[in-house]
Design a protein around this ligand. Sequence first.
Ligand SMILES: Cc1cc2nc3c(=O)[nH]c(=O)nc-3n(C[C@H](O)[C@H](O)[C@H](O)COP(=O)(O)OP(=O)(O)OC[C@H]3O[C@@H](n4cnc5c(N)ncnc54)[C@H](O)[C@@H]3O)c2cc1C
Length: 405
Amino acid sequence: MNTLSSRRCICVPGPLIVGAGPSGLATAACLKEKGVPSVVIERSNCIASLWQLKTYDRLRLHLPKHFCELPLMGFPTDFPTYPTKQQFVHYLEAYASKFHIEPRFNETVSQAEFDTTLGFWRVKSLGINGEGTEYVCRWLVVATGENAESVVPEMEGKGEFCGDIRHTSLYKSGEEFRGKRVLVVGCGNSGMEVCLDLCNHNARPSLVVRDTVHILPREMLGRSTFGLSMWLLKWLPIRVVDRLLLIVSWLILGDTARFGLDRPRLGPLELKNLSGKTPVLDVGTLAKIKSGDIKVCPSIKRLKRHAVEFVNGKTESFDAIILATGYKSNVPSWLKEREMFSEKDGYPRRPFPNGWKGENGLYAVGFTKRGLLGTSMDAKRIAQDIERCWKHEAKHRTAFTRSSS
Ligand SMILES: Cc1cc2nc3c(=O)[nH]c(=O)nc-3n(C[C@H](O)[C@H](O)[C@H](O)COP(=O)(O)OP(=O)(O)OC[C@H]3O[C@@H](n4cnc5c(N)ncnc54)[C@H](O)[C@@H]3O)c2cc1C
């Protein structure tokens, strides 16, 4: 175990930000603009590691670019409405460079605790060779994201299955599955898109649909469905907007229940607000389900050597299983604090838009279940709040320096 004496100790004058994804970068940029220096720590070797290392090749932003830009810098005008992941990463690299954000890479925060005696946060990190560093700071910004760890479900017979089982975070392209029978588990945006990608590479995908799901066309009436929803919500109650979305979806996509994709009882926006469950924005998968190129299956009962038994009693052979079963926050594993963050799910306890601020200089950015739009809102609020304290304390620092000189 590393004792304090064997650790390097670094005093950070401004805030310490954990995570160099879009949320950490946005907060660092907003702080920089206000003249507040910060230190960013990142466990991987690059910025936006989720986008660079854990996403599939065909990924594009799901929402139009103007809903995904970070504060203080828009996307280049020549980017398409839905930038590719490479374009998004280039944008983030340009963003980090514009605001001179230089994260400390390959450092994983393993523990952070507020020291009531000192009145500071003590944050311990580990490097790739196990070297320990302790940061002491007045403000701690948690930007480790809603997707910090993959969720891998337990399945009976998992050890028996002879084929490849992998989470979508390790899936790059359908190329390596050409001609293979692949079972994709989970029908969120990732699961649906991976199925489409597999089809486009002549694999034979099946999709496990355990739950109800709202599938909406990505565009309707010549506008993005997301943009249209935001606009309608300015004038109409959420239930009326939901009804309109469902009518237009029905006209464009037909009755999805006919293909084994039952809709939830609540409308898509109301459900998103209450549970955070995002509707799927269809980019062509539904057509492949309708044409029979993608088969819909019920829940898995158990895995066998080369096959999967489903809860309806049927058994089918598969060469590989891709788990599009989502991600979770890792905050409870390292933050020794139970007031602001829930131990259960690692999200702030207070609902949007009030989850960004805790006690003793603790902040959370990017835990709103509202994607990059939520990130921008949090980052601006956090920077404003810290700036106030920073300026207040700067006055005291100046007064103290004058009186002691
Ligand atoms: C496939 C996919 C597509 C998406 N598409 C969109 C979209 O189109 N629009 C949209 O708005 N949102 C989208 N999202 C949501 C996505 O979560 C956000 O866009 C964005 O990546 C969130 O940024 P973040 O910085 O909060 O989290 P992340 O991007 O996950 O960044 C968090 C960073 O923290 C680091 N970290 C974690 N734990 C530690 C630790 N203990 N110590 C040090 N570093 C740590 C991680 O390595 C990571 O780099 C998508 C998500 C996925 C998975």
